[in-house]
Design a binder for this molecule. Structure first.
Ligand SMILES: *Cc1c(COP(=O)(O)O)cnc(C)c1O
Length: 373
C-alpha cells in the first residue's frame, strides 16, 4: 500500500527504550512491566492496571475475574470486534446482541436496559472507533440491576466521559496496543480496575494461575493462562504513552482534514466529530456511504481503493452473522442499524504521520470513484 490504512509512529526514542531492556537480564516480568502498568494506571486514573499480551487476553481475564456461570448472559453490541464473541463463547456465556446508534455506532442506555432478562449478569460496552459510549448512564442501569460492567476501551485510550477516562467506569476496562491503536506495544493489552481483588486475580491468571501467596505444593487452584507480555513490549508502550497527548491531537487534526474535504459530498456521511458529554480519542476514520449504497457497492469501492494503493477497511462484520455464533446468542430488538451500518462503513487511511497531500489523494480518489462515469 502506498498509503496504508494504519501505521504506528516509531521514533529513535522508542527504539532506544526497547534496546535498553534488551541490554538488561530482565526480558519478562521485570521492571519495564511494572513501569508500564504504573504509567497506564496513572494516565487513565485507575488504581490498577494489569498488562497482558493482547487486548483479547485482557478481555478474557476481565470475564474470568467476574465469576460468571455457564449460560449467564452478557449484553454486547453485535457491531464489535471478533474478540468479544470469541471470549464470551470461550467462557460459555451467552451474548445478548443489541443494536447501535447510527451516528455514534455505540450501544445506547435505552437499548441496554431493554435487553435485560432474568439470566443477564453483565454488560460489555464497546467504545467504538474511539467515540465514547454514554457510559455514565449505562453504569446507572447496571447498578440498578446489579449487573457487572465491562468496558472494551481497546479503541478508545484517552477518550473521556464527563472528564473521566473511559475504561475506568466499570468493574474492569480493557485496552489494546496492536500497531493500529492510539499507542502500540507491537502486541499487547491491559486490564484496568479499581477493585484490588480483580487486579490481583488477573495477575495470577495471566501467569498460569500461580498464586505465590499459597504454599509451594499447591499454588494452582484454578486454570490459568500464559498471557504475560514481554518487557521489551512494555518499554515501547511506556515510551509511546509519553506521547499520547500529541498522538491524540494529531489524529484529531487528520480527522478534521478529512471532514473538511468529505462532508459536503451527498454520498458520504463522515463520523460524528463532537461529543456533547465527553471527548473522542480518534482510532479510525470510518465514513458511512449513503443508504442508497449496497454492501456490494461498498465492497467495490473498497477494492478500488486497494487497487490504487490506498489502504481501506470494512469494520465490523456483525457478530450475530458469524457462523461460530449460530444458535449461541440471544438478540434483543432488531439489529437493523448494525446490518445497515456494517454494509456501508468504509475506513480510510488514518495515522498520525498522514500528510495533507496524502489526505488530498485519498479524498480525491474516493470522490472520483463515487462520481458516475
Ligand atoms: C483491538 C481490539 C481488541 C483487542 O485486540 P487484540 O488484537 O487482541 O489486541 C478488542 N476489542 C476491540 C474493539 C478492538 O478494536
Amino acid at each position: 500500500m502506498r498509503i496504508p490504512l494504519a501505521k504506528p509512529e516509531i521514533l529513535d526514542s522508542d527504539i532506544d527504550a526497547v534496546v535498553h531492556v534488551l541490554r538488561t537480564p530482565n526480558l519478562a516480568m521485570g521492571p519495564a512491566l511494572v513501569e508500564f502498568e504504573h504509567a497506564i494506571a496513572t494516565y487513565i486514573g485507575s488504581p490498577f492496571a494489569v498488562a497482558v499480551n493482547s487486548g483479547t487476553s485482557a478481555l478474557h481475564l476481565a470475564l474470568r475475574c467476574l465469576d460468571f456461570r455457564e449460560g449467564d448472559e452478557v449484553i454486547v453490541p453485535s457491531f464489535a470486534f471478533a474478540a468479544a464473541g470469541n471470549v464470551l463463547l470461550r467462557e460459555r456465556l451467552t451474548p445478548v446482541f443489541i443494536d447501535i446508534d447510527p451516528r455514534t455506532l455505540n450501544v445506547t442506555p435505552a437499548a441496554v436496559e431493554a435487553a435485560i432478562g432474568p439470566r443477564t449478569r453483565a454488560v460489555l460496552v464497546v467504545h467504538t472507533f474511539g467515540y465514547p459510549a454514554e457510559i455514565d448512564a449505562i453504569r446507572e442501569i447496571t447498578r440498578q440491576h446489579t449487573l457487572a460492567l465491562i468496558e472494551d476501551a481497546c479503541e478508545a485510550l484517552g477518550a473521556e466521559v464527563n472528564g473521566k477516562k473511559v475504561g475506568t467506569f466499570g468493574d474492569a476496562g480493557v485496552f489494546a496496543f496492536y500497531p493500529n491503536k492510539q499507542i502500540t506495544t507491537g502486541e499487547g493489552g491491559a486490564l484496568a480496575t479499581s477493585r484490588p481483588a480483580i487486579a490481583r486475580r488477573a495477575k495470577i491468571l495471566r501467569n498460569q494461575a500461580k498464586d505465590a501467596s499459597l504454599d509451594w505444593t499447591g499454588q494452582h487452584t484454578e486454570t490459568g493462562y500464559s498471557y504475560r507480555i514481554a518487557d521489551m513490549n512494555c518499554a515501547l508502550g511506556t515510551a509511546q504513552l509519553s506521547r499520547i497527548d500529541s498522538f491524540m491531537e494529531r489524529r484529531q487534526k487528520v480527522a478534521a482534514s478529512y471532514e473538511a474535504r468529505l462532508s459536503a459530498h451527498p454520498a458520504i456521511l463522515p463520523p460524528k466529530s463532537a461529543c456533547p458529554y465527553g471527548s473522542i480519542s480518534w482510532f479510525v476514520y470510518a465514513v458511512q456511504l449513503a443508504e442508497t449504497f449496497t454492501r456490494q457497492d461498498r465492497d467495490r469501492l473498497w477494492q478500488s481503493l486497494l487497487d490504487r494503493g490506498i489502504g481501506a477497511g470494512r469494520y465490523f462484520a456483525p457478530l450475530h452473522n458469524q457462523p461460530v455464533l449460530k444458535g449461541r446468542y440471544r438478540q434483543s430488538g432488531t439489529l437493523a442499524v448494525t446490518e445497515s451500518v456494517a454494509s456501508r462503513v468504509l475506513a480510510l487511511p488514518f495515522f498520525v504521520a498522514l500528510t495533507e497531500g496524502q489526505i488530498d489523494e485519498v479524498c480525491s480518489t474516493l470522490l472520483r470513484l463515487l462520481t458516475p462515469t
